[in-house]
Design a protein around this ligand. Structure first.
Ligand code: PMP
Length: 449
């Protein structure tokens, strides 16, 4: 695929030349080495839930570093590790006391996949090796996570070396399959999953993995109401584990700490990362249900996965500080309350633009999808590179957003993600919406030239 954008290619994720040089950040703002200010409207890739330069978080990390950076997991446990585990269980629910700490989203997904395999082996069903995922989803860049991802441009150079996975269609209320009414979409999609499980043979299927709200590959696409419960039931019928990839949409981003709590569904495993330590240090976790823990603990003594930096002490201290603030300041509740206002403000600013086809999302996780034709929902020609243009125009205007492309069929489609800090002020959110409106208009005007 041709590298269309010198600064940032939303299709491949390849960064190019010409990026500004980051200098420092405070709250919702980032400053580059030339002194230019940027409003961080997407928290990078939905990471910086407390914004930048939070003194309490920095102080907690510094305090930990002054004592010791890391107590290696085979030699020690630590207060930050155990406090973070307790905070995660308190936020996720009492069923989720077991987890493997890692250093990011891909490792969290990779660990969840491995724990699912381990569970089936421990139960005496080692034939359950196959993962089922969805089209238009992204789970990470390590080989296992990439194997279950359907982000064409990011997969293509590695095809042939990826573990075989099965894919069911994406589930997007804005782009339903022909002849499926919106109210029937959840049941339709769950039936597709069940058909795939039956076609493979349930005894071969380890787990179904999906993003409760699709991020980088879709543009904040929430599953339709009833979908999560329906796939939960399908998985239960066939002994298939349900893995929620909440790396982007979880940790409070969508207005409930676990994204799937919104649907009243408990997955067997879920992956978290980005917002867990808010980008202050690399941190993620694969969290699993007590019914999974009971089996693998009994047979193997614990999860057979982990890394040198699993439970990294300073990273856990960052996670404790971030999650303590999120909890104390009731920021998830705030995201839940203010999310609809953010979507309404985006709709007021952008809804009148003919090329804006859909404005969607949940909490502080919003997606704007662009279409060349509103009536048919036809996307723009990929050669136009509209998402990249929006991203560049935004950056030039002092706004960081997250442009993405290929969301319609892997090649076509342009969208932009918005994911502000949970503690952004009303004025900052207003500025974000206005700057985005300007960037979208500039980018569209650029198409005409
Ligand atoms: N899962 C999802 C849903 C993601 O959005 C991402 C990152 N964009 C990942 C996994 C991989 O996370 P990381 O980049 O931290 O490895």
């Amino acid at each position: 695929m041709r590298h269309r954008d010198p600064a940032w290619n939303p299709a491949t994720g390849a960064a190019g030349a010409g990026l500004p040089r980051v200098a420092w950040g405070k709250g919702a703002f980032v400053y580059d080495s030339a002194g230019r200010r940027y409003l961080d409207g997407s928290g990078g890739p939905a990471v910086f839930c407390l914004g930048h330069g939070h003194e309490e978080v920095n102080a907690a990390i510094t305090r930990q570093l002054e004592r010791i950076a890391h107590g290696y997991r085979y030699s020690f446990t630590s207060d930050p590790l155990e406090e973070l585990e307790a905070l995660i269980t308190a936020a996720a629910g009492p069923a989720y006391g077991a987890m493997v700490m890692v250093s990011g989203g891909s490792e969290a997904v990779e660990s969840a996949l491995k724990i699912a395999l381990q569970y089936h082996s421990a139960r005496g069903e080692p034939s359950r090796r196959r993962f089922i995922a969805r089209r238009r989803s992204w789970h990470g860049n390590t080989l296992g996570a990439l194997a279950v991802s359907d982000f064409l441009a990011r997969r293509a150079p590695f095809e042939g070396a990826l573990v075989e996975a099965s894919f069911v269609p994406s589930v997007n209320a804005y782009r339903p399959p022909a002849g499926v009414a919106p109210a029937a979409l959840a049941a339709h999609a769950a039936a597709e999953l069940e058909a795939e499980i039956l076609a493979l043979g349930p005894a071969r299927v380890a787990a179904f993995i999906f993003e409760p709200v699709v991020g980088a590959a879709g543009g904040a696409v929430p599953a339709p109401p009833g979908y999560a419960a329906a796939v939960r039931a399908v998985c239960d019928r066939h002994g298939v584990l349900l893995i929620a990839d909440e790396v982007m949409c979880g940790s409070g981003r969508c207005g409930s700490w676990r994204a799937l709590a919104h649907d009243g569904v408990e997955p067997d495993l879920f992956a978290i990362a980005k917002g867990l330590a808010g980008g202050y240090l690399p941190l993620g976790a694969a969290v699993y249900h007590r019914r999974v823990a009971e089996v693998i603990d009994r047979v193997h003594g614990g999860p057979l996965t982990g890394h040198t930096f699993t439970g990294h002490t300073a990273a856990c201290a960052a996670g404790v500080a971030v999650q303590t603030i999120v909890r104390r300041e009731r920021l998830v509740e705030r995201v839940a309350a203010d999310g609809p206002r953010l979507l309404a403000a985006l709709a007021a600013e952008l809804g009148g633009i003919e090329a804006v086809g859909d404005i969607r999302g949940r909490g502080f996780f919003a997606g704007i999808e662009f279409v060349a034709d509103r009536a048919t929902r036809r996307p723009f020609a990929p050669e136009l590179g509209l998402a990249g243009r929006v991203g560049r125009a935004a950056l030039a205007a002092g706004l960081i957003c997250y442009p993405l492309s290929g969301n319609v069929d892997g090649v076509q489609g342009d969208a932009v993600l918005i994911a502000p800090p949970f503690n952004a002020t009303a004025a900052e959110l207003e500025e974000l919406v206005a700057l985005l409106g300007g960037a979208v208009r500039t980018a569209l005007a650029g198409l005409a030239r």
